[in-house]
Design a binder for this molecule. Structure first.
Ligand code: PEP
Ligand code: MG
Length: 585
């Protein structure tokens, strides 16, 4: 019997899908550069195609709005805005006029230039927008040439779509055909395709290089979007076990959906705040649909990373106001720019030997008061429209807080003078993500209204392990006793000063961390929205006394492995099904 083939990629959207392979190659229009006689007529043809593409995207937006709600459809509003981009439109028209070039090749060259600039950026988030940009260009060119090369209408139901790349629009269109899942050769977790797949609950694995080279036609495929595994031609026993897993998963998901409105309270009555992390306002529908109460971390630096210019006060105010209004009456914690480190993209940054230890986050903001002031003013103004809190990243010493407070005082005076409304009780908190901040948390706690532990960076800085370097990835472990001691110390200092303490790193969504953090007394858990229902389910079934006992035991562990072993025994005893849902080592 032939063997099955297992391929490993990035788990982009959880769940399991089983179906027949459908190879999707976008038939890109063939474009041959041609000379035109009448440039004005060609420019008119281009504008006509732009209009048709706009209508098409608007239709797609309305389709998604009908299925998932208006907020969910905002991605397509952003795409519509790209089609209004004056620089791109004018550059294309100039090419047609000056070089007497045909509209299709002129537009393609303009878009290729934009895409190349973005592709060469070091920013992963931006790179993942390229598929959307190419999709837009494909749409416009299709209208210039009056052809429809789409094969999506022929897609059989329950297929597993295999493609080099997919745009968010492709994903949305495919969902209407009830596909079982999709696999792409490129892409990452934060691509819009992945975001759309998660909100439409389509299992997906991305980043499987060379999958299109496999013998795919007629092949049955299992997409394991939870673990990031794809199985081609599964053996009967693999198929059977996945069918069973799929059934259990579907039941699990429907049970979790039933929890959306229940409050996260432990069996013995301790209420926990469960909130979500967002990078972009477009994620708010997902925050709500997963039952999170508010936003525990809004990573505002992404507003910088997606635009070629620094957004000014007004632009930021409009975004923060919209987020505050949409999430109200729940709060949003707006973190001031955490630029630098692995999130550098021009804007005055020059390469540094040690960017994670360099000019980043609060250090950059305090050195560039004109940028910091604009952001703080925008946040304060937005606080008049919903519960908004301010949070400072990468704090290492008291002065960084006192300087920011002085700046905030002067902004408040300015707003008072101009009679501009803001919330006078707007809370100020800091991230505890450096050992320095954790070790001096007793001093810092007297200056602020809350702490949020950034376990991602706290682990990196405590263990001296670069969080994006795969060569040292095995050393990166938030369950290392050194990190656990700093987390405990931070929670204790916060509580002694009467302030609340949250945690907003990836650790929060780890099932092993839930009883530990509860037992240590954490007040707020903030994580990616998709993980909220699972963590809520755990909280509902846990008892504080048991959590305190197991946390005390885990704190005695001499290594990360020992702490993990203690916690996984405890967790699997109460939640045996978790062995299926998330691979516990
Ligand atoms: C963290 O460091 O844990 C955190 C939440 O911030 P970021 O991942 O954005 O650095
Ligand atoms: Mg951080």
């Amino acid at each position: 019997m032939a063997n099955e083939t297992r391929l490993y990629g990035i788990p982009a959207s959880p769940g399991f899908g089983i179906g027949q392979a459908f190879i999707y190659r976008k038939n890109l229009p063939v474009i041959k550069r041609q000379v035109v006689d009448n440039a004005n007529k060609e420019i008119a043809r281009f504008h006509n195609a732009l209009n048709n593409a706009r209508l098409e995207i608007a239709e797609l937006r309305d389709m998604i709005a009908g299925r998932l709600g208006r907020d969910e459809a905002e991605l397509w509003t952003a795409q519509l805005m790209m089609l209004e981009d004056v620089t791109v439109i004018e550059a294309t028209a100039d090419r047609i006029r000056e070089k007497k070039q045909d509209a299709a090749s002129a537009f393609q060259e303009t878009i290729s230039q934009v895409a190349e600039t973005i592709e060469s950026s070091s920013n992963q988030y931006l790179k993942e927008r390229v598929a959307d940009i190419r999709d837009i260009s494909w749409r416009v060119i299709k209208h210039i040439q009056s052809v429809d090369p789409s094969v999506l209408h022929k897609l059989p139901r329950n297929s597993v779509v295999v493609s080099h790349d997919l745009s968010a629009a492709d994903t949305a269109l495919m969902s209407a055909r009830n596909i079982s899942g999709f696999i792409t050769e490129v892409g990452g977790k934060t691509s819009h395709t992945a975001i759309v797949a998660r909100s439409l609950e389509i299992p997906a694995v991305v980043g499987i290089k060379g999958v299109l080279q496999q013998p795919l036609p007629g092949t049955t495929i299992i997409v394991d979007g939870t673990r990031g595994v794809v199985i081609l031609d599964p053996l009967p026993q693999t198929l059977e076990s996945y069918q069973q897993e799929l059934k259990e998963y579907q039941k699990h998901i429907s049970d979790l959906k039933g929890l959306r409105k229940s409050k996260p309270v432990t069996l013995d009555g301790r209420r926990i705040e469960l909130s979500a992390n967002i990078e972009l306002p477009e994620e708010i529908p997902s925050v709500k649909s997963h039952g999170a109460k508010g936003i525990g971390l809004f990573r505002t630096e992404y507003l910088f990373l997606t635009s070629s210019q620094l957004p000014g006060e007004e632009e930021q105010f409009n975004i923060y106001k919209k987020v505050a209004e949409k999430i109200a009456p729940d709060p949003v914690i707006i973190r001031t720019f955490d630029l630098g480190g692995d999130k550098i993209n021009g804007h005055g940054f020059s390469p540094e030997a040690n960017p994670f230890l360099g000019w980043r986050a609060i250090r950059f903001c305090l050195d560039r008061p004109e940028i910091f002031r604009a952001q703080l003013r925008a946040i304060l103004r937005a606080s008049a429209f919903g519960p908004v809190k301010i949070m400072l990243p990468m704090i290492c010493c008291l002065e960084e807080i006192t300087q920011t407070k002085a700046l905030l005082d002067s902004i408040r005076r300015e707003l008072d003078e101009k009679q501009i409304a803001y919330d006078r009780n707007c809370q100020l908190g800091v991230m505890i993500e450096t050992p320095a901040a954790a070790l001096t948390s007793d001093i810092l706690a007297r200056e602020v209204d809350f702490f949020s532990i950034g376990s991602n960076d706290l682990t990196q800085y405590t263990l001296a392990v670069d969080r994006v370097n795969e060569k040292v990835a095995k050393l990166y472990d938030p369950f290392n006793p050194a990190v656990l001691k700093l987390i405990k110390q931070t929670i204790d200092s916060g509580h002694r000063s009467g302030i609340w303490v949250g945690l907003c790193g990836e650790m929060c969504a780890d099932p092993l961390a839930v009883p530990l953090l509860l037992g240590l007394g954490l007040d707020e858990f903030s994580m990616n929205a998709v993980s909220v229902p699972e963590v809520k389910r755990m909280i509902l079934k846990l008892r504080m006394e048991d959590c305190r006992n197991i946390a005390a035991e885990a704190m005695e562990a001499k290594s990360a492995l020992e702490a993990r072993t203690i916690l996984s025994k405890f967790v699997l005893n109460i939640f045996p099904d978790l062995a299926l849902i998330c691979a516990l080592e």
